[in-house]
Write a new protein. Structure first.
Length: 217
């Protein structure tokens, strides 16, 4: 039911951000907040489980990637919107595609598209999604096997905790590898692997990170 006085309803929930997060937010309020100038308001509308399809379709055209990522993770988001997001190209849209891959309602055809992605993070999430079709799983199996073997050779066991970093260590975008090489949370094994990277900047970052930790490159 639509509140008679939407401004009062929003104020009673702590303002636009609080109202956008409210589990009892009715569709009419979310439609109003979806047009708010504040990105955080629109983002919280995008993740709200009460957000209706028309609101999510509207937010799918937002200019802010944080809002798009919120919509990509919402289980109410229709398949055609997820399919559009899955085809969003470029490194800047990698996290958007990851959220699509994590969505439990992502359809088999969408996951098949994402199984050919060049982002390790996307592939990791596709491998975990139970809706991923058999052909895509078989395609990912070879990648997973190489990751497990590499992890085991460095004393690591299992793919779940380390696959993302190892996949990203082979990411075709050198900027992704650069971030990984200088990351404080990146395992020593992965950092050492990146000291032999083809890109000089990545190698230098990895060497610098090892020295920062007091380790010999």
């Amino acid at each position: 039911m639509t509140p008679k006085y939407p401004r009062i309803w929003i104020a009673a929930h702590g303002g636009p951000v609080g109202a956008a997060c409210a589990v009892d937010a009715p569709p009419a309020i979310l439609r109003l907040l979806a047009r708010d100038a504040d990105m955080f308001v629109r983002m919280n509308v995008g993740v709200n489980p009460n957000a209706p399809v028309d609101v999510l379709r509207y937010l799918a055209g937002d200019v802010n990637n944080n809002v798009l990522e919120a919509v990509a993770g919402n289980t109410n988001t229709p398949p055609d919107v997820l399919r559009m997001f899955a085809k969003a190209e470029g490194r800047g849209n990698a996290r958007l595609r990851e959220y699509v891959a994590m969505n439990p309602n992502a359809t088999a055809d969408v996951l098949d598209i994402l199984s050919k992605d060049d982002s390790g993070g996307v592939l990791f999430e596709v491998a975990k999604n139970p809706n991923t079709p058999r052909a895509a799983r078989e395609r990912l199996a070879n990648i997973s096997k190489s990751v497990r073997e590499r992890a085991a050779s460095h004393g690591r066991v299992g793919i779940e905790h380390h696959a993302r970093a190892w996949l990203r260590a082979d990411d075709p975008d050198w900027r992704e590898r650069l971030i990984l090489a200088g990351g404080a949370s990146t395992s020593e094994e992965v950092v050492r692997y990146l000291t032999k990277d083809a890109a000089p900047d990545v190698r230098n970052a990895a060497v610098k990170e090892l020295r920062r930790r007091g380790l010999e490159p």
